[in-house]
Design a protein around this ligand. Structure first.
Ligand code: GDP
Ligand code: IMO
Ligand code: MG
Length: 395
């Protein structure tokens, strides 16, 4: 029997801590594969005093035994990729295990220019990362894109067409594989495969807060199209949920806090973009959005991250309902003018929790908060992270 691949996805607007969770889980896998997005992603991993901020390479890279795969649903900037491979090699990491699907698309400098021009021309900017992601996906759908397959089969005369230097092509060529054969071979060999989501559920191009979204399918369904595998090949779907909510860029954010409490979350949580350094907007956990994400992904369990950031708050809010014109509303109404939120307040706790390693050892109010989140989501909570370092995890 071929093995089934498990998926890790973000349940909010990105930066939930997917990278650090993938890094932790990867110890038990043979392959970690990215299925969507590009270098708009920034995934931070902290192991001891070593810190990595990954953009393209999957977050299993700190485990020497893990094979790393960048799937066909991604769009890849060669300069970022090569820079990342070089930086990893410099700290002694074997990068020959990083393989890129021939179906993945290449992001060129003109995509970056088009992204920036598009933002400037909009009445209300999306607040993209400016990495050319949208235009690269536009070219893919318009059938004018350039794939790694084109690079592999390019001869001297095609480099002009491919708008890249020969050096780049030579550098990445050893990493390019037939993406279909790669993943199916490993599933057939019963290898343990973990699929790493980028961005977050609410940034999905089809089901997020459109048009304030990214240009790919970030949800679990995107893993099938992004890797060329069927739904039957998927096993568990694990969602990463930050204990509060953040968003970078424009768009609806019903649980956003515009006061000192939001400032405090930003300061305590270090909520500044990994890619752009922009301050992230902060707010309470939104259970309406999270339940929507549970269903969209067919979630089987969740991991809560950054619970330590809430220590010291007297009361902690959770958005448990939306109302519009006096009636209950759905997540699809998140951007509607006049939307109101219902907030449930839970008691906070004072003690630092970053040294807790068991959920049972958390202060009563923190356990109570985790229990309430579990109840609202309706799925089991596997782990609760209480700090940035790999070991700061309560089981
Ligand atoms: P990703 O894009 O989902 O991988 O998340 P990012 O890496 O962009 O952002 C998450 C940030 O929170 C990173 O700086 C992590 O090191 C940090 N982080 C992750 N988990 C925890 C945690 O439990 N506590 C604290 N304080 N920081 C965390
Ligand atoms: P990770 O994987 C947070 C946001 C941008 C913007 C919108 C569109 O680290 O969670 P894009 O450049 O993709 O066209 O921007 O999506 N965005 C992210 N926000 N984390 C990310 O990735 C993001 N990737 C894109 O801020 O609002
Ligand atoms: Mg990030």
């Amino acid at each position: 029997m071929p093995s089934k691949a498990n998926i890790i996805v973000g349940l909010q607007w990105g930066d939930e801590g997917k990278g650090r969770i993938v890094d932790l889980y990867a110890a038990d896998y043979d392959v970690v594969a990215r299925f969507a997005g590009g270098d708009n992603a920034g995934h931070s991993i902290v192991v001891g005093d070593r810190e990595l901020a990954l953009r393209i390479v999957p977050s299993g890279v700190m485990h020497p035994h893990v094979e790393l795969f960048v799937g066909g649903g991604t769009v890849v900037n060669l300069e970022t990729l090569i820079g990342e491979l070089n930086a990893l090699a410099e700290i002694g990491i074997d990068t020959s295990r990083v393989k890129i699907s021939d179906r993945a698309h290449i992001v060129f400098p003109h995509h970056v220019e088009r992204d920036k021009a598009g933002e400037a021309a909009r009445a209300s900017a999306i607040g993209t990362t400016g990495r050319g992601i949208g235009p690269a996906y536009v070219d893919r759908v318009a059938r004018t894109g350039v794939r790694f397959a084109d690079l592999m089969h390019a001869d001297e005369s095609s480099f002009d067409t491919l708008r890249m230097t020969r050096d780049y092509a030579e550098r990445v060529r050893p990493h390019i594989v037939d993406g279909f054969e790669y993943i199916h071979e490993r599933l057939a060999q019963n290898k343990r495969v973990l699929l790493e989501g980028a961005q977050g559920t609410l940034l999905d191009v089809g089901y997020g807060t459109y048009p304030y979204v990214t240009s790919s399918h970030t949800i679990a369904g995107g893993a099938c199209t992004g890797l060329g595998i069927g739904p039957g090949a998927i096993g568990r779907v694990i969602g990463v949920l930050k204990a509060y909510c953040t968003r970078v860029g424009g768009g609806p954010f019903p649980s956003e806090l515009h006061d000192e409490r939001g400032e405090r979350l930003r300061r305590q949580g270090g909520e500044f973009g990994t890619v752009t350094g922009r301050p992230r907007r902060c707010g309470w956990l939104d259970a309406v959005a999270a339940s929507y994400a549970v269903k969209l992904n067919g979630l089987t369990s969740a991991v809560i991250t950054k619970l330590d950031v809430l220590s010291g708050l007297e009361r902690i809010g959770i958005v448990t309902g939306y109302r519009l014109g006096g009636r209950a509303a759905h997540f699809g109404d998140a951007g509607a003018p006049g939307l109101e939120v219902e907030i449930e307040e839970l008691p906070g706790w004072d003690e630092p929790i970053d040294a807790c390693r068991r959920i049972a050892d958390l202060p009563g109010a923190a356990r109570n908060y985790v229990d309430r989140v579990r109840e609202l989501l309706g799925v089991p909570i596997e782990l609760v992270s209480v700090g940035r370092e790999r070991s700061q995890m309560a089981h």
